[in-house]
Design a protein around this ligand. Structure first.
Ligand code: IMP
Length: 430
């Protein structure tokens, strides 16, 4: 007989940067195991605890808690340099290293992946760029699926590393020299640092699937931390303007080895307005003063690249699509305070295309770039909400905005963020 399962999955519902790090951190005191299962160091999860800002790119946001198990699952693409930078920084602050486990099956982001990411973006040219983070994510996933990748288990075994890297570099050097007119990479310049990364990583490598299986069966509270978000999903997002992993709920199973029936709850993180970094369609983008104001008030600059984020209004059809895709049970609504003082708040309820009204999210990217949003205006509020501790303390119009979201999406809003700090959160039954 196994214990009752207690596995939460947290996913971004828009184009990322919804404030997932803060929600994870906020739920964290009750969690036993934190897990990252897809993506890599393209993520930027900002956590502000006790006034101190910490940004995680690769490690689970739960690393700030002591005594909890943190797992980097097999679905991740792991940049060893970033991993060592982040762990060294945390350990220098006195965090315990014994509680971090890395899957041997996670793929390794190598220097040539980062180089290729940049070269490919340059080659795409204006109008075709994806606007990637330059962290080598796409090229690393390409190698995974073409079965030319290096996994963590290869990196920690110098002989296997030598043998596989010899073959891989031969192929990569053909690409660098013939396609990009770039100098070939010297074997030792890649192999020697990679061997050292392997040595440093080896103590963390463990059978993360088995660890998770045991934890799930024992009824431990597991929090699967999605990175990026549904509209950046490789299959279901705004392709080709997406990242290269399965960012919606389904990715949690391939990326960990847990089974669908293990899951008890899906928490969709929704920002009270919408942002996007990089290229691609964004129907509710505001190019005027309101967009500027959202960017300034919300501090909307990329945590990984520092790029200014594109800002706009809540998009209901996009969110309905995202709720369906993720099977969202509850919503964590973030950054509600950023809407304070914005005047009336626009919410997109449908789109227009060639004089016709569309109410469903168009999944065809070309249509998406042509539609015009149809807005409903909701009354705003001016009172500072950053110290509100309960839903009832919020101004009536802020309460109505939250109720509007849950009624339109038919998913309860269980958590409301009213400021950047861990404590600036209203819990409505999370
Ligand atoms: P990549 O993941 O670096 O390949 O970038 C692909 C697209 O996903 C680009 O538009 C990036 O801006 C976007 N992206 C990747 N990671 C994040 C993230 O953590 N937040 C928001 N956008 C992201």
């Amino acid at each position: 007989m196994t214990a009752k399962k207690n596995v939460d999955l947290l996913v971004g519902a828009q184009w990322g940067d919804e404030g997932k790090g803060k929600v994870v951190d906020m739920l964290g005191s009750d969690v036993d195991v934190f897990v990252r299962f897809q993506g890599g160091a393209n993520a930027g999860h900002t956590v502000i605890a006790d006034g101190q800002k910490v940004v995680f790119h690769l490690l689970p946001s739960g690393m700030l808690y002591t005594g909890k198990l943190c797992i980097l699952g097999n679905g991740l693409v792991l940049d060893p340099e970033q991993f060592l930078n982040e762990t060294n920084e945390l350990f220098s602050r006195g965090q315990d290293r014994a509680r971090l486990a890395v899957s041997p099956h996670a793929h390794v982001v190598m220097p040539y992946h980062k180089m290729l990411d940049k070269l490919q973006e340059e080659a795409r040219g204006k109008g075709r760029k994806i606007g990637t983070t330059g962290r080598g994510i796409g090229p690393c996933y390409v190698d995974k699926y073409s079965r030319s990748g290096l996994r963590v288990e290869d990196l920690i075994n110098p002989d296997v590393l030598r043998e596989r890297l010899t073959y891989i570099l031969e192929e990569k050097n053909q690409i660098f020299t013939r396609l990009y007119n770039h100098n070939p990479l010297a074997f030792d310049e890649i192999y020697e640092p990679a061997k050292k990364w392997g040595e440093a990583l080896a103590p963390y490598v463990d059978d993360t699937r088995a660890l998770l299986r045991k934890a799930a069966d024992e009824g431990k509270h597991i929090l699967l931390e999605g990175a990026q978000a549904a509209l950046l999903d490789i299959d279901h997002g705004t392709y080709p303007y997406v990242t290269s992993s399965s960012t919606s709920a389904a990715g949690a199973f391939t990326g960990t080895g847990l089974a669908p029936h293990d899951l008890t709850r899906v928490i969709a993180v929704v920002k009270a307005y919408t942002t996007r970094v990089g290229e691609g369609p964004f129907p509710t983008e505001d190019f005027g003063a309101d967009g500027e104001k959202l960017r300034a008030n919300g501090g909307e600059f990329g945590a990984t690249t520092g790029r200014p984020r594109r800002c706009g209004w809540l998009d209901v059809p996009a969110l309905k699509y995202s709720m369906e895709l993720n099977g969202a049970d509850v919503i964590a609504l973030t950054k509600l305070d950023v809407l304070t003082g914005m005047g009336d708040i626009k919410v997109c309820t449908a789109y227009e295309l060639d004089g016709k009204r569309i109410t469903a999210w168009p999944t065809d990217t070309r249509t998406l770039s042509e539609i015009k949003p149809v807005y409903e205006m909701l009354p705003g509020w001016n009172d500072d909400i950053t110290n509100c501790k309960t839903f009832e303390e919020l101004p009536a119009n802020a309460q109505s905005y939250v109720k509007y979201i849950e009624q339109t999406l038919n998913v309860p809003v269980a958590l409301i963020g009213v400021g950047a700090d861990r404590n600036q959160t209203i819990n409505r039954g999370m």
